[in-house]
Design a protein around this ligand. Structure first.
Ligand code: ADP
Ligand code: MG
Length: 948
């Protein structure tokens, strides 16, 4: 038979088998059995054991109550659920009653040290809709999320072919701490992040609707915009049920519900959010190095959270964008006002979370006093904003809630006498305090009175928890102790006594103190209730402060970094003059970043094909255009001298498999799946950014795919697109696709050194600069020199070198592929790049002629014919074999150099390294492949016999 306490534990544990049970025993939370073993390991607690009744010993570990929050936080962060069993009856004789008062999970935590201050902590729920008639209906999902620390509660439903991707994008935006999914769908819903499987019936629309109506206190969901969204309702119902089970005290905060549509905002899928490093850097995973880090000059936690939402959900509504811009412009123009407002906001705390903690009845006296102080500064702030049109909405939202501030001021003691409530707040409670005033006075005077009576100058009156009040006399004066002193305790050098009168006074005081403390607690709880009733006003004020904070931050950053107000318009032209990448610019320091222009859409080209050597700034340019568009639609100013942004409905970005280091496990398959999704879902209003697509496969295939993708974007999708590629072969597309223009990143050669100018200029890159990369990689000088000489066009130095292949005649019905002169430096000397003043897209007439001339003129190019419609344009003809190369070897084989046969040198005795070098088809290697090859050759060169 277990003891009653043990039985109580077992009963509670049986109710929460999936949670770790924190069992309150006096000043500790104790853990037993397996929980003790697991938690002692996770939190490095001492594992002991405890005997319950007849020799039954069980493992035990404990955490002190006063420090429990920190332990709880660590445990929940590790993914555990913690059921907290409190003592719910006053300690007395017999077994104390205990009950689980809340279950703390990652998504329901309210402990401040479990929460990121400047980010929301979302609990989400996702449910997938029924397959639909005939199983052919498109997918549909319901999504609901709450932040129980701020009261945000929102639902949406996504349908159609893009539903899964949209859902993933939303979850990417929210980054929920916990996501509920129905048990039976957990396998099918391959969602990122921490999932909690939850009863499937909780997601059923009918029951969920009832629960939602009850929660919102309404008869219909019509007014909330979700009456016809059964999946959204199901998800919301599950969230509410879960909160009710884990911690019902969290529910009162959820008084409002927002139904939104994902396509009411600029849609950013999960990859794009990651690729653009909006809130987290790809490398470190932290905020540092992200767009958020550059922009976040907010002063309050709620401003920090709102800024994230601005970046997470850029707008499509011109009026709303303009309103944000107006507010920022107003602040930008008034530096003194800005400085003053920044100062005022800097002193404010987290009104949003304090309000929610008051509403949940967990706020402490210190938080309420801080709340009061904050409210006191709201009215002066409101007055300061008077007459500033662009900030009228902010001003209207500010409510100093003088009644709340006043009530707190009258009620809450600042801790002077260790009490919670101030005198004068409640008459009954004051009477209790007064009732012992006389006794306290007597006690206060007791020491001096007794010293006088006994003549013992060192006599002291003291108090401790065990013995209560006492009179202490050192042994030296023991003889002078009066008869009415009763000895209570002997210390090393003193005796402690009580008197009947002292005992009497003690009883009066302790009894009254208990009642005062109880009265204070009750008054404090009632006060929290009163504040909670004003939560809507407080939260509106918090929202206004958050907006002001974000506008100030964006104005501050615009000022500091020289951002300008973009013209966002309903047309589809994107023109950026002097655009910069906000994050790279911030990292490089002032004046170091080379600004670049961009023009897409409108009457100009819709696709820019960007070529250029590694490290020349291609990826940076692509991202900077996407970020400027995103910032513009978020209402922010942008890092550009001037920008016109025609509204974009979606931004897609993809990075070629080998470049996508952050994803780690990314494969070519994934890359292709994502590219497919873009081609299917992009609209003419979208902005598509493709960086080195087609890299994760053989050169041949990669080139073919890249070409086909660009063509499809051009012919079928019509989106505005930026395409960076190392496939120089693609630049001929410009002659065939009227809406495509070539751009390249400029480099300058000085004394054999390549200098990256980071300038994006019209035209195609003419060289790959593989040797420069090789030099940077530390290939030995002799090898580099030899390689350079091999690349010299004529005359061939030695038999065994590849002679420059003859131009390939255009074949009948086929696309002739010339030898790619881009790989042969010195042939045309490279375009001398002085394109400082050149606009990125000069008018096409004239340029084409010049371009074709340059391409064809004397550098061995065959005329580039459009590919006939009946064969894919991407199929390339094999180049004529170079001397020494196996005759029928397709040049794509060069990407598998390990198996590429080394051509026999004519003298038959050349070093193997050189032979291999000769066989390398540099034109058909990506820079990375070239680098790898060269590194292998270098290793080999080091082991070659000396003297070659
Ligand atoms: P690519 O994609 O062509 O290999 P990146 O865009 O990755 O090149 O740029 C490589 C580095 O060059 C960046 O990390 C940055 O330090 C620098 N860089 C890129 N663009 C610029 C620019 N416009 N101004 C100054 N530095 C730049
Ligand atoms: Mg790149």
């Amino acid at each position: 038979m277990p003891t009653p306490a043990r039985q109580q534990y077992l009963d509670l544990k049986a109710q929460h088998p999936d949670a770790v049970l924190w069992f309150r025993m006096g000043d500790f939370y104790e853990l037993f059995d397996d929980d003790a073993i697991v938690v002692s390991r996770e939190l490095h607690l001492t594992l002991t054991s405890r005997e319950f009744g007849h020799g039954e010993r069980v493992p035990m570990a404990g955490v002190p109550h006063h420090a429990s929050d920190a332990y709880l936080a660590r445990l929940v962060r590790k993914g555990y659920r913690v059921a907290v069993a409190e003592q719910v009856s006053p300690p007395g004789h017999g077994l104390v009653e205990r009950a689980v008062t809340r279950v703390v999970t990652a998504g329901t935590a309210i402990e401040p040290n479990l929460l990121p201050a400047r980010a929301n902590n979302y609990l989400a729920a996702v449910v997938r809709g029924p397959a639909g008639r005939g199983g052919s209906a498109p997918e549909a999902y319901g999504l609901a999320y709450v932040d129980v620390t701020t009261g945000e509660f929102a639902v949406t439903e996504v349908r159609g072919e893009t539903a899964a991707a949209t859902l993933e994008g939303e979850l990417g935006r929210l980054g929920p701490a916990e996501c509920l999914v129905p048990w039976d769908q957990a396998g099918a819903l391959a969602l990122p992040g921490p999932l909690t499987r939850y009863d499937a019936w909780r997601f059923e629309p009918e029951a969920a609707r009832e629960r939602l109506l009850r929660q919102l206190g309404v008869r219909s969901l019509e007014g909330f915009g979700c009456a016809d969204l059964p999946l959204a309702i199901g998800a919301a119902g599950a969230v509410l049920a879960y909160l009710e089970e884990t911690n019902p005290a969290l529910l009162p905060l959820l008084g409002g519900l927002r139904t939104y549509q994902t396509d009411a905002y600029l849609v950013l899928d999960a990859h794009t959010r990651r690729n653009l490093e909006l809130t987290r850097s790809a490398r470190g995973g932290g905020a540092e190095g992200s767009l958020l880090a550059v922009l976040d000059a907010t002063r309050t936690p709620m401003g920090g959270r709102l800024l994230r939402r601005f970046l997470g959900q850029p707008l499509l509504d011109l009026a709303a964008i303009t309103a944000r811009q107006d507010a920022i412009a107003t602040l930008l123009e008034r530096p003194p006002l800005r400085a003053e407002l920044l100062g005022r906001l800097g002193a404010m705390g987290d009104l949003e979370r304090w309000t929610s903690r008051a509403l949940q009845g967990v706020a402490g006296a210190r938080e309420l006093l801080a709340l009061r102080e904050l409210l006191a500064s709201v009215e002066p702030l409101r007055e300061r904003l008077a007459g500033i049109g662009a900030l009228a909405l902010v001003r209207d939202g500010l409510d100093a809630c003088a009644d709340v501030a006043d009530e707190i001021g009258r009620a809450v003691a600042a801790g002077e006498d260790g009490r919670l409530i101030r005198p004068g707040y409640d008459a009954a409670r004051d009477a209790l305090v007064d009732s012992i005033a006389e006794t306290r006075r007597w006690l206060a005077e007791l020491e001096s009175a007794e010293r006088a009576r006994t003549g013992i100058r060192s006599l002291k009156v003291g108090y401790n928890q065990v013995f209560g009040y006492y009179l202490e006399v050192t042994h030296a004066h023991r003889d002078r102790v009066p008869d009415d002193y009763v000895r209570k305790q002997t210390l090393a050098n003193a005796e402690r006594y009580v008197t009947p009168r002292l005992k009497e006074a003690e009883a009066v005081i302790l009894h009254a103190e208990e009642r005062i403390a109880a009265a204070d607690r009750a008054l404090f709880a009632a006060l929290l209730g009163k504040i909670g009733a004003q939560a809507p006003r407080l939260l509106r004020t918090a929202d206004a402060l958050a907006h002001l904070d974000v506008y100030l931050a964006l104005a501050e950053v615009a000022d500091r970094n020289g951002y300008t107000r973009p013209e966002v318009h309903a047309g589809d032209e994107i023109v950026i003059e002097g655009g910069r990448h906000p994050v790279v610019e911030a990292a490089l320091g002032p004046e170091q970043f080379v600004a670049n222009d961009c023009a897409l859409g409108g009457d100009g080209p819709r696709i820019a094909l960007l070529t250029g050597p590694n490290m020349a700034g291609k990826s940076t340019y692509l991202r900077q255009v996407a970020l400027i568009v995103l910032l513009a639609q978020a209402g922010s100013f942008v890092p550009a001298r001037r920008a016109r942004v025609g509204l974009v409905d979606r931004i897609f970005t993809r990075i070629g498999a080998q470049d996508d280091l952050a994803a780690g496990a990314s494969t070519f398959m994934v890359e292709m799946v994502e590219t497919a999704a873009i081609l299917r879902h992009a609209t003419p209003r979208s902005l598509v950014v493709l960086d080195e697509i087609g890299r994760g496969t053989s050169t041949e295939d990669g080139l073919a795919i890249a070409r086909a993708v660009v063509e499809h974007l051009h012919d079928a999708v019509g989106a505005r697109a930026l395409f960076a590629t190392h496939y120089h072969e693609l630049v001929d597309l410009e002659t065939r696709l009227p809406a495509l223009r070539n751009l390249h990143t400029a480099v300058r050669e000085e004394n054999g050194e390549v200098i990256f100018l980071h300038r994006v200029v019209p035209g195609a890159a003419d060289r790959s600069y593989g040797l420069h990369v090789a030099r940077l990689a530390g290939l030995p000088a002799p090898v580099l020199a030899r390689a350079a000489s091999l690349l010299e066009p004529s005359p061939p130095e030695r038999v065994g070198e590849p002679t420059p292949p003859a131009p390939l005649p255009a074949r009948e019905g086929g696309e002739g592929r010339g030898e790619d002169g881009a790989c042969l430096p010195g042939r045309n000397g490279g375009e001398r790049l002085d394109a400082t003043a050149a606009p990125p897209f000069p008018r096409r007439e004239g340029r084409d002629a010049e371009y074709c001339e340059r391409r064809a003129g004397g550098v061995g190019y065959a005329p580039l014919l459009p590919a006939p419609a009946d064969r894919p344009a991407c199929i390339r003809e094999a180049p004529p074999p170079a001397i020494g190369a196996p005759a029928a070897e397709p040049d794509g084989a060069a990407v598998a150099p390990a198996v590429a046969p080394a051509p026999p040198a004519a003298d038959g005795a050349g070093p193997a390294v050189l032979r291999e070098l000769l066989a390398l088809d540099l034109c058909n290697l990506t820079p990375l492949e070239a680098l790898n090859r060269l590194a292998a050759l270098q290793r080999q060169a080091r082991t070659e016999p000396p003297g070659w």
